[in-house]
Design a binder for this molecule. Structure first.
Ligand code: GLA
Length: 741
């Protein structure tokens, strides 16, 4: 390996392991000779160039190359027999960096438009570019019409993750209809064994990891629901079957920073090259771009890892912490919270919550949250949404007395809200029946007895902002759990012209971001959780404005391991909230001991959701120990490096997850047995990521004796190569080990 490259790699490795944001490694270069742009950061590189006809064409995406690597724009495939014949004109098989729908392409376009005269042919060619530090913009223009597209690329120096987006500009005098617009399109060269990974599920079962070969059939990952969705997460990864493992081999990945309807498509073209596109979902999409107007897309963050799925996950975690989450690269660690939703549901009142708060404070909870049921006429899910003032019967003196009680107990106070929604049985709806999303004169589907306020309207946006601002101004609140319990149906906006009604899909989400940003500005100390019937709104768009997410309404400790395993493929544990709750679990009927439930919930941001009125002294003692110890490891869990040593699929007896602190001074292993089957012959668990030359002492998380055969102190190299055997018996038992230098 050339010396220069070796140095760059060592430097990158040092920066990555130290978690230091550093600007030296991102590079955007343009070589006027070859007309190739080279974008590099971390240990990866993404290249494309301008061909002799002026098309922008993909060149390379993978691990960082030698700076002198002889790159060239791939030759056009011969469009003559016997290879492709007349069915595939070269325009249709020439991969472009961001194609307009036109000139005969038959794969997914970047953008598809219609001019008022019926012309739907858009052929985009390079016009100019600018490089400012870590950002590159390229202007593409149609060959004859006044329509241009600006492509934007920003390169993160530490992880090499590239943020790509596109903006269409109508530079003419008549409106142009945009039918489809992606943030980015990507192409990978032919290989026979590409495999697509994505995350799918539903309420109570979000983030299930799915894998399938990439073949000629286009696979569509999407939400048509106006919101990110519990069904699929806006994320993909592609690896190579047989070559890529958990900790080695190539992985290309990407995730859309958008909380409205989205789409990512993946498929192989006639030459076997993988075509990837992602952006606004073209389903029911239409945008009338008036003369002089522009339309911007969300950002598609794409990256590459040589270190398997594990490496790809760690890059994404680090990137999200450094570049996405509030806190300018240093997000606050998640406080331990208490929430009584599963214990009391809507039956909240001042005395009941105060009694729970006393018990929560005793076990070390730092943030007490009152969930649904505190406002308006909210005794069940039939009424009250929209009326964000305390229920007179449950809180005759307002929220003040409870809040000061919680503060006196040394905890922050948090509150549940669902601001985008309204029950027809509410004062807000009676005053503004026209504010809900609807098609005039048509039935409106209710879900959980609620309708959606049309946030695309500025009056609705301003009303919601004011209601929340008032709530936060008149009460000393530190945290909002922002819920969203249904998706769009009948997405009409009758006050708009027919041409502009479908703007709703974009304007709704923009206004949601506007409210969140404005609240953060006015109340900088208030933290927000993104919840949507569990994990229905988790994406890098909402993560810019929120400090944590509710992963799933499924709080079963074993199911959660599976959900958390899928989640962390795409998203950082720094935002992943998990609670212990009562057993048998409401969703699954499964029981597990409290230690196991804590060990499962401690793998993200820890919360407690049990009915503390029913706890024994022993439960209180267990919780107190576990919470105290969680506080000593949470920085490692939330901001360290995660290794999936054994994934919790049902074919394995255990799931083993390791978190290593960035300075390698601490590591935490969670060893969870789900399926005993009289297994005494469990394999040793080796712990990667440690410093082989340091000595680590070990203790049991939450206290207790070390299992036989586990040395109290050993060198990092011993833990890494020899490893530990941790026998457990009976189902749903777990043990955590904390290693400290
Ligand atoms: C949703 C949330 C739950 C809870 C309820 C309250 O289902 O995901 O955590 O807040 O709403 O109605």
């Amino acid at each position: 390996m050339p010396r220069q490259r070796r140095r760059a790699l060592l430097l990158a490795a040092a920066i990555i392991s130290a978690g230091i944001p550093n600007a030296v490694l991102a590079q955007i270069r343009y070589d006027p000779q070859s007309k190739i742009f080279r974008l590099s950061g971390g240990r990866s590189e993404y290249d494309f160039g301008i061909d002799e006809q002026g098309y922008l064409r993909p060149v390379y995406w993978g691990s960082q190359l030698d700076p002198t690597a002889p790159l060239s724009i791939p030759a056009l495939p011969p469009s003559k027999p016997p290879v492709l014949a007349s069915m595939e004109p070269s325009s249709s098989v020439t991969a472009q960096e961001y194609p307009g729908q036109g000139g005969g392409i038959v794969t997914e376009p970047g953008i598809k438009i219609a001019f008022p005269d019926g012309n739907r042919d858009l052929v985009l060619k390079y016009r100019s570019h600018k490089i400012f530090g870590d950002t590159l913009t390229i202007e593409l223009a149609d060959i004859s019409r006044p329509l241009t597209v600006t492509l934007r690329y920003t390169v993160d120096p530490v992880t090499g993750i590239i943020g790509r987006s596109a903006e269409a500009h109508n530079r003419g005098t008549v409106p142009v209809r945009i039918d489809q617009i992606a943030a980015a399109t990507m192409t990978l060269p032919y290989e026979p064994d590409y495999r697509l990974a994505y995350l799918a599920g539903r309420w109570l079962g979000e983030f299930g990891l799915q894998q399938q070969p990439v073949g000629p059939a286009l696979t569509i990952l999407e939400s048509r629901r106006g919101s990110t969705s519990n069904h699929m997460a806006p994320w993909f990864a592609i690896d190579r079957a047989g070559t890529t493992g958990e900790e080695s081999g190539p992985v290309w990945f990407g995730t859309l920073a958008w909380s409205g309807s989205w789409r990512i498509s993946v498929g192989a073209d006639v030459l076997g090259r993988v075509r990837i596109a992602g952006g606004y979902n073209p389903y029911d999409f239409r945008w009338q771009l008036r003369a002089g107007e522009s339309l911007d897309t969300p950002i598609f963050y794409i990256g590459y890892s040589d270190d398997g799925m594990g490496g790809a996950s760690r890059l994404q975690h680090r990137f999200q912490i450094a570049r996405i989450l509030p806190g300018n690269g240093r997000p606050k660690l998640r406080p331990v919270l208490y929430n009584s939703w599963e214990a009391t549901e809507f039956a909240v009142d001042e005395n009941g919550q105060a009694a729970l708060a006393e018990k929560a404070a005793r076990i070390g909870v730092e943030r007490f949250v009152m969930d649904d049921g505190w406002f308006g006429k909210r005794d069940d899910d039939h009424a009250g949404l929209g009326d964000w003032t305390p229920s007179k019967s449950k809180f005759p003196n307002g929220l003040g007395p409870l809040i000061s009680k919680v503060h006196k107990l040394g905890m922050e106070f948090g509150l549940w809200v669902e601001p985008e929604m309204v029950n027809p049985n509410s004062d807000l709806y009676r005053a503004h029946p026209d504010w809900v999303m609807n098609f005039a004169g048509r039935p409106r589907t209710e879900s959980r007895n609620q309708l959606i306020l049309n946030l695309a309207r500025t009056d609705v946006r301003d009303h919601i902002l004011k209601a929340l601002d008032d709530l936060l101004t008149t009460n000393d609140i530190q945290y909002l759990k922002w819920d969203n319990n249904r998706n769009f149906t009948e997405p009409g906006w009758p006050e708009q012209t027919a041409e502009d009604q479908q703007r709703l899909y974009v304007e709704y989400t923009r206004n949601l971001y506007y409210i969140l940003a404005e609240l953060k500005k006015r109340h900088p100390e208030v933290e927000i959780e993104s919840c949507s019937s569990g994990g229905g709104r988790v994406d890098l768009g909402i993560m810019r404005y929120t400090n944590q997410v509710w992963t799933s309404d499924n709080t079963d400790a074993f199911d959660r391991l599976i959900i958390q395993d899928g989640f962390t493929h795409a998203f950082t544990p720094a935002v992943m909230m998990a609670w212990t709750t009562d057993t048998p679990n409401f969703a699954t009927g499964r029981s597990a001991d409290l230690t196991y439930r804590f060990l499962s919930a401690m793998q993200g941001g820890l919360g407690v959701g049990n009915n503390l009125n029913k706890w024994s002294d022993q439960d209180f003692a267990t919780a107190t120990r576990m919470i105290a110890d969680y506080k000593t490891i949470r920085a490692t869990i939330q901001t360290g490096s995660l290794y999936r040593l054994a994934r919790p699929d049902s074919s394995r007896p255990t799931s083993d997850t390791l978190y290593v602190a960035n300075d390698k001074k601490q590591a935490v292993l969670f060893h969870m047995l789900q399926n005993y089957r009289a297994r005494d012959n469990l394999p040793a668990i080796q712990l990667p990521g440690l410093d082989p030359d340091r000595r680590y002492k070990v203790r049991v998380l939450g206290g207790g004796d070390l299992p036989p055969g586990v040395p109290a102190v050993a060198a990092g190299s011993w833990w890494m190569s020899q490893g530990v055997v941790l026998p457990l018996s009976s189902d749903f038992k777990g043990i955590g080990l904390v290693l400290e230098e």
